[in-house]
Design a protein around this ligand. Structure first.
Ligand code: DX5
Ligand code: ZN
Length: 221
């Protein structure tokens, strides 16, 4: 069986000490580092771009899991790949030619991921699933960290797990939004094997390492 992946999202990190916080997450056993890119159009918030990805690339050896919440992601794929993204995840809602976009990401040497908003049905991934290295199910409305997990997304996780299994796909099934020690078991049981967490890691009262440990503790070995 593949190991479970914990991917801390730097959206809740202290940006005055980003390098230190990334190093702390890495030494505490984070598997990937999740970078939330927002453009103020596809989602209301505005965050970081290739420049920050490039800084993260110098701060860690961990794979950089770059989640693009932006319109016209095709215009920036090369810039993110050059900046050092390991995985590039695009929203199916922003890609009129999702198969072509996933192929472009792969041709740039990155793992190709697809994601979908809570309101988007799993069936919209039909053309993407055979090509995706990774599928990310949003379990909050994208835009901000610290929101509450949407339990109604559990059936979508289970449905996508069934569809991936039917395709004999080895893609990661990742979840993002409201993941904590209290919610991670339910999404794992529904079929997820990679878990993004911002506040549960970077805002844990006992620190980043304790945040990662609290998630790992409730996953089977
Ligand atoms: C939400 C982002 C998430 C966010 C998760 O728009 O895609 O990655 O940082 O934050 P938490 O884990 O606090 O819900
Ligand atoms: Zn994200």
């Amino acid at each position: 069986m593949k190991p479970y992946i914990i991917a801390p999202s730097i959206l809740s990190a202290d940006f005055t000490r980003l390098g230190e916080q990334i190093a702390e997450a890495e030494s505490a056993g984070a598997d990937w580092l999740h970078v939330d890119v927002m453009d103020g159009h596809f989602v209301p918030n505005l965050t970081m771009g290739p420049f920050v990805v490039e800084a993260c690339r110098r701060a860690t050896k961990l794979p950089l899991d770059v989640h693009l919440m932006i319109e016209h992601p095709e215009n920036l794929l090369e810039a993110f790949a050059k900046a050092g993204a390991s995985h590039i995840i695009v929203h199916v809602e922003t890609c009129p030619d999702i198969a072509g976009t996933l192929k472009t990401i792969k041709s740039l040497g990155c793992k190709a991921g697809v994601t979908l908003n809570p309101a988007t049905p799993a069936s919209d991934l039909e053309l993407a699933l055979p090509l995706a290295d990774q599928v990310l199910v949003m379990t909050v409305h994208p835009g901000y960290s610290g929101q509450e997990f949407m339990p109604e997304m559990l059936s979508k996780v289970a449905e996508i797990r069934r569809r991936l299994d039917a395709l004999h796909s080895s893609a990661w099934l990742e979840v993002d939004g409201g993941i904590s020690a209290a919610t991670i078991s339910r999404v794992r049981e529904a079929g997820a094997d990679a878990f993004v967490a911002a506040s549960a890691v970077f805002h844990h009262p006992d620190g980043i390492a304790a945040g990662i440990r609290s998630l790992r503790k409730v996953l089977p070995n």
